[in-house]
Ligand binder design. Structure first.
Ligand code: HEC
Ligand code: HEC
Ligand code: HEC
Ligand code: HEC
Ligand code: HEC
Ligand code: HEC
Ligand code: HEC
Ligand code: HEC
Length: 438
């Protein structure tokens, strides 16, 4: 039996009448906006960034009639403007340019920590990059993630030591901050790219902030990679629970929409601790930010379950703070005020020891706990923190200033260093004997 009870001739008639309409839609090439036609034709012909044009043609932008000049068009007072075959053009496209049409996204982004990531000049890490290592290391390293200050040379050319650069806090010639292309790779500008964990992973990885590796080995990453084809990453609408259910990506938890939360371009709206400094702090209005993040989890978990996770996370950050970070910071301060350390950073071994402890190992321990990667919390985290603290930091401090670690060893939490009790030893011996034999 035929499903809709239609006769064969009637189906043929409908197909015949509708045919031309379908064909026209299928074959319709996005129109090149009038002003962009010359750009497209010449760039194709001269093979200058020619494939970029093909990508643009496939983009939502091209379909909506957003052409080359809508983004690259410039005014004669712009610092980086040049006359390009009769049109005023700039190569750099800034959040201000995108803001002509995406004001909300641009405003949120410019108000975020991301947009401020170029302000690292006064930091300890910056001294390390620019001075201890050397400027080209900072150009090809730090600034490719944090952002350069894009300089325009006399005559209008871009200083090649400052661009190409899509650092997230890039400081642009028009004074705006950031590069939307840090997440929205050109010229497709597809939300799919930004929603993929690999996109955040250009910057959020490595020994001092391994968020990408942490995610990959967490239950969330596992669920994502196993079910990627069901994630609907290419959909225009991407609301958790409506357009996908299989797993959260970085964007899901930090930026994207749920039935109750809009998309945000400020990831700080959902973060309660900062895990970046030597000693972690709760951020301003942290309760509200925590609740916002919990509202994301609640789409997939019972609130009791995700609430208990946050208990585990908080006590782990507090353990790191109280047991290692605060005593370590005080020890370093004491050594400095006793004249045992010069004002110059990184010229004494213990300064490297301390830096590795909080900036690498201590962050890994905290980051692992924040996003459910026990191996990072333990073996790449607390294990290394403990080894660095007891086997390097304390002995090196004793060598510089005998007696300087006394206040630490007097603390209850470090008293095991003086030897464990008879009773504790017996319990441990019994455990091993039962398990592995005498
Ligand atoms: C008649 C040919 C021609 C036309 C028309 C043309 N371009 Fe170009 N464009 C070029 C060539 C050739 C280069 C490479 C020149 C160079 O590297 O100095 C270039 C380079 C560029 C660059 C990169 C400049 C840089 O600093 O790296 C941008 C951006 C650009 N064109 C945008 C446009 C836009 C937007 C339009 C349309 C308004 C356009 N072009 C029209 C030929 C053309
Ligand atoms: C939605 C905005 C947008 C549109 C539309 C757009 N571009 Fe771009 N384009 C960018 C951004 C962003 C960059 C990166 C520049 C930067 O780092 O600020 C860029 C870079 C470029 C570059 C230099 C980079 C390279 O890889 O060589 C060229 C050339 C260029 N665009 C040409 C074009 C042409 C031609 C068109 C039209 C077919 C076009 N663009 C349309 C945003 C746009
Ligand atoms: C002249 C207006 C205009 C400019 C300039 C512009 N866009 Fe768009 N953009 C649009 C329109 C229209 C859409 C489609 C409607 C929507 O999704 O908001 C769009 C959609 C998008 C999307 C979603 C695309 C998708 O397929 O899901 C992204 C991402 C985006 N734009 C980023 C940018 C960035 C980044 C810049 C600057 C480099 C920029 N746009 C500049 C008009 C513009
Ligand atoms: C691979 C990309 C990448 C490189 C290279 C990089 N950073 Fe970072 N940096 C980040 C990310 C991502 C964060 C934020 C980590 C987090 O939130 O856990 C960060 C955080 C920081 C912070 C802390 C900011 C704050 O608000 O407390 C400073 C300072 C910093 N980086 C400076 C530097 C310097 C200087 C260099 C070069 C010596 C450098 N970074 C190299 C990606 C990078
Ligand atoms: C940290 C990465 C990141 C940066 C930087 C970023 N975006 Fe996005 N953007 C995203 C993500 C992720 C989405 C997809 C949100 C969704 O639909 O789940 C998105 C979506 C969009 C959309 C589609 C509309 C929507 O709400 O889904 C537009 C338009 C857009 N971004 C514009 C911009 C502009 C303009 C900038 C620069 C001012 C920018 N973005 C910078 C990550 C980023
Ligand atoms: C081009 C590099 C880069 C990319 C790509 C990037 N980030 Fe970041 N992110 C940073 C840097 C650098 C910081 C630290 C900024 C600072 O504190 O100065 C940061 C900070 C953050 C923070 C802390 C914000 C706060 O207010 O405390 C979160 C959360 C975050 N990023 C999430 C993401 C997510 C999710 C993505 C992908 C959708 C992403 N980032 C893509 C470089 C990047
Ligand atoms: C299941 C949700 C979830 C996913 C998926 C997720 N995160 Fe997170 N992320 C969190 C939570 C929860 C925190 C801790 C928030 C707090 O302190 O309140 C956090 C913290 C962070 C921070 C702040 C670290 C700091 O130093 O202060 C960054 C940066 C970050 N995540 C980036 C990422 C990136 C990049 C990805 C993907 C590779 C990702 N996250 C995937 C939930 C998630
Ligand atoms: C898109 C749905 C989704 C979202 C959103 C989500 N999770 Fe999950 N979560 C999962 C899935 C799927 C698993 C794997 C369950 C399993 O092991 O069978 C999981 C597992 C977990 C686990 C167990 C980890 C382990 O190693 O056993 C914890 C804890 C967790 N999630 C906490 C959170 C928290 C906290 C948030 C919000 C910050 C969150 N989840 C957001 C889907 C989600």
């Amino acid at each position: 039996m035929r499903p809709w009870g239609l006769s064969v001739p009637l189906v043929c008639l409908i197909t015949f009448l509708a045919g031309p309409v379908f064909a026209a839609t299928a074959q319709k090439e996005s129109p090149v906006p009038g002003e962009s036609k010359a750009c497209v034709d010449c760039h194709r012909q001269q093979k200058v960034a020619a494939t970029a044009i093909e990508e643009w043609k496939m983009s939502t932008h091209a379909k909506e009639g957003v052409g080359c000049l809508d983004c690259h068009g410039a005014k004669k007072e712009d610092k980086d403007v040049f006359d390009h075959y009769g049109k005023l053009v700039a190569t750099i496209v800034t959040p201000n340019d995108c803001a002509q049409c995406h004001e909300k996204e641009s405003k949120q982004f410019q108000g975020s920590h991301h947009a401020k990531a170029g302000d690292i000049l006064g930091s300890l890490d910056n001294f390390l990059g620019e001075v201890v290592e050397g400027p080209p290391a900072a150009i090809s390293g730090c600034k490719q993630c944090h952002g350069s200050i894009v300089k325009i040379l006399p005559g209008g050319k871009i200083d090649p030591t400052t661009w190409p650069n899509t650092g997230i806090g890039r400081i642009n010639p028009d004074g705006s901050k950031g590069a939307c292309t840090a997440c929205h790779s050109r010229h497709l500008f597809s939300a799919k790219v930004a929603r993929s964990p690999e996109s955040c992973g250009k910057c959020h990885l490595g020994p001092d902030h391994p968020q990408k590796e942490i995610y990959d080995e967490s239950k969330h990453g596992i669920a994502f990679y196993a079910n990627r084809e069901r994630m609907n990453l290419d959909s225009r609408s991407w609301v958790l629970g409506k357009d996908y259910t299989a797993a959260p990506t970085c964007a899901t938890c930090h930026l994207s929409a749920t039935p109750d939360l809009p998309v945000t371009h400020d990831p700080g709206e959902r973060i309660s601790w900062t895990l970046r400094p030597a000693i972690s702090k709760k951020l301003e209005n942290w309760e509200r930010k925590r609740d916002t993040m919990k509202a994301v989890c609640a789409n997939c978990h019972n609130p009791k379950f995700s609430g208990a996770f946050f208990t585990q996370y908080d006590i782990t950050v507090e353990l790191y703070n109280e047991k290692f970070a605060k005593p370590g910071a005080e020890l370093m301060k004491n050594l400095r005020s006793a004249g045992k350390l010069t004002p110059t950073q990184f010229d004494e071994k213990i300064e490297w020891t301390w830096f590795l402890l909080w900036h690498h190992e201590g962050r890994r321990a905290r980051h692992g706990a924040s996003m459910m990667a026990p191996d990072f919390t333990q073996w790449h985290g607390f294990f290394e923190v403990a080894e660095r603290f007891y086997m390097e930091l304390l002995p090196e401090a004793e060598e510089l200033l005998p007696g300087s670690t006394g206040f630490i060893l007097a603390q209850d939490q470090h008293k095991w260093m003086k030897g464990i009790s008879e009773e504790e030893r017996d319990t441990m011996r019994k455990f091993y004997e039962e398990r592995y034999g005498k």
